[in-house]
Design a protein around this ligand. Structure first.
Ligand SMILES: CC(C)(COP(=O)(O)OP(=O)(O)OC[C@H]1O[C@@H](n2cnc3c(N)ncnc32)[C@H](O)[C@@H]1OP(=O)(O)O)[C@@H](O)C(=O)NCCC(=O)NCCS
Length: 160
């Protein structure tokens, strides 16, 4: 049984655990680097969770955290989907779909008209997940990837 749990600032150690696990397991999928985060203290993790109007959610399978996603408010009604990760043992079971649906619901409730995300080129499992959930590749390029060789691919979904 997969259950979702929305995080608050007091969940900072849970958030730290799942984010560090994601960065360790899938370093190629994220711009953030494990080395930049693994020594951070409570304040730093809390600050991300307590960003005004942000949304952070984890999925639990049999009581253990197996996945995470976040939503961050942006300009002009465009909110961002961030930090999507599903543990290898929970992949291919619709957990990513559940997390994306939760972030979309949050974005709609907070008045967004568009949800956008950035994915590192070549991350085909993620692109397949986002396409199936209605995201399309945008014309705009994203930020530089950590190796500085290419740009992230931006994908967008109109919410209304
Ligand atoms: C991308 C990711 C979130 C997908 O999560 P998920 O809940 O397994 O999503 P899906 O079940 O829709 O799988 C997406 C694609 O992954 C592939 N996939 C399916 N089962 C898989 C498994 N057991 N193991 C690996 N990949 C699998 C398939 O290509 C699938 O696409 P399809 O259903 O169109 O064939 C997950 O693979 C992950 O966390 N990857 C590492 C981190 C990452 O890339 N995050 C995204 C950053 S933008």
């Amino acid at each position: 049984m997969v259950a979702l749990r929305v995080l608050t600032g007091n969940d900072w150690s849970l958030w730290r655990e799942v984010r560090l696990t994601a960065l360790r397991e899938s370093p190629q999928a994220f711009k953030a680097r494990l080395a930049d985060w693994h020594s951070g203290g409570e304040e730093r993790w809390r600050a991300r969770l307590e960003m005004p109007d942000a949304y952070n959610v984890v999925a639990l399978l049999d009581g253990r955290v197996v996945a995470v996603a976040g939503g961050v408010p942006g300009d002009s009604g465009t909110h961002e989907l961030r930090s999507v990760w599903v543990s290898p043992r929970a992949r291919g079971r619709g957990v990513g779909d559940r997390l994306i649906a939760a972030v979309e619901t949050w974005a709609l409730r907070s008045g967004a008209t568009t949800l956008k995300l950035a994915v590192i080129p070549g991350n085909e499992p993620a692109v397949a997940l986002y396409r199936r959930n209605g995201f399309v590749v945008a014309e705009e390029g994203g930020g530089l990837t950590p190796d500085g060789a290419t740009r992230e691919r931006v994908m967008v979904k109109a919410l209304r």
